[in-house]
Ligand binder design. Sequence first.
Ligand code: SAH
Ligand code: SF4
Ligand code: F3S
Length: 466
Amino acid sequence: MNNNSTNYFSREYIEKVRQINERLGKIPLAHVHSFGCQQNVSDGEKIKGMLAEMGYGFTPNTSDADLILFNTCAVRENAENRVFGNIGALKKLKAENKGLIIAVGGCMVQQEHIARKIRKTYPQVDIIFGTHVMGEIPHMIYDKLCENRKTLMIPDSEGVITEGFPVLRESDIKASVPIMYGCNNFCTYCIVPYVRGRERSRRPQDVIDEVRGLVENGCKEILLLGQNVNSYGKEHDFGFSKLLCELDKIEGRFKISFMTSHPKDCTFELIDTIADSRHISYHLHLPVQSGSDRILKAMNRHYDTAHYFELIDYAKKRIPSVALTTDIIVGFPGETYEDFRCTLELMKKVEYDSAYTFIYSKREGTAAASMPDPVSDEEKGKWFRELLEVQQAVSEKAYSRFVGKEIEVLCDGIGRTADGCMTGHSRHGVIVDFNGGRELIGKFVTVRVQKAMPWAVVGELVGISD
Ligand code: SAH
Ligand code: SF4
Ligand code: F3S
């Protein structure tokens, strides 16, 4: 197989594998698990789309699968350890079923040292594929089925985008739509630019057509995805705000949300676009990472806290009850308790609805990996727990702004706060639990909020709007 090929989509091999599977006399089952971010989940939906066209059914259990595929994440060490544990556990299954195909792909194996380790330590793995060759999966499966040939395929990518993958989505109500791939930012702690390649955007018309098609098919919530959506469209001379404006013109009852926004590229124009829109979520996920300017500089984030507050103040002024969320790293190399306290202060000042918080994890090949890191893991753990406590109180206070108000909610499942309650997300992206039945799933309803919790609000159903 040509090891230099980039992303293309091998329909010829989909057909060949389908013909082999048809002759089996039973539907072969695939178990696909995506670790990591929404981007990976979205890739997993495309992989499942191709597998479905090749004649595979799906199973949540590894024990009755004919093909097991892990789509991996490399962002932190514990994410990688989880994958190694899962691959190790497959040794027994492979011994019991020699025909079982095991494939491991995605961000983790895009790193050469990891791919080599899997090759050497886990002989049960048949297929190892990087992030730029998803379209080759049918070919790799064909080679294994017909010639019992193992594949390792991890080319670098020039940044090609393939359109037209079949997609098997998890839900009819909500859909993820990637609008760009890769990242050019090289934050000093982060592995993503190394494993996902350079930033590249889909053509605006491709995105608009996909979203329009989804809405016409009854989809109610669209999540636009990219590592830094604010820098969408540079090569098409079509910025992110312009894309949002075009999507907002689509007729129908639906919601658009997006992630992730980088503060250095977040514009006042984007905030205005959200404020003046019909469909766009009143939610800005704006990862700050740290409240210390010294640490932000060492992280190569290209903004300072003063600029961050400018954005936050403008968003609070322009967008009614705007929901703000963030990502924070604790224990970046060289961070002191003083720096960390600045992060706590920032959290309280911004009043985030919620925060994804992480202890710094050293990633081989990144700039921060060679920076002195004198603070012990134990100390970082203490800071981390302090951060969680502060954020919990901040969240509960932030959510209380909805108490007594009537809000619109897209019902999307069964709730967790009481027996038999339903759940959904508001226009602000807030989780809302309320009384009601399963027939409400996929409908917009109105809920009067009665109580704020640290992770959600709870209320009473007052009407069904469609
Ligand atoms: N592109 C997005 C986020 C991608 S990764 C952005 O720039 O915001 C998601 C989050 O994981 C990051 O925001 C960061 O908080 C965290 N993260 C990334 N690398 C990490 C590392 N080495 N250790 C700990 N957390 C990390
Ligand atoms: Fe990683 Fe920074 Fe790119 Fe986000 S913007 S993916 S944190 S390098
Ligand atoms: Fe992980 Fe890759 Fe996403 S490293 S966070 S799955 S882009």
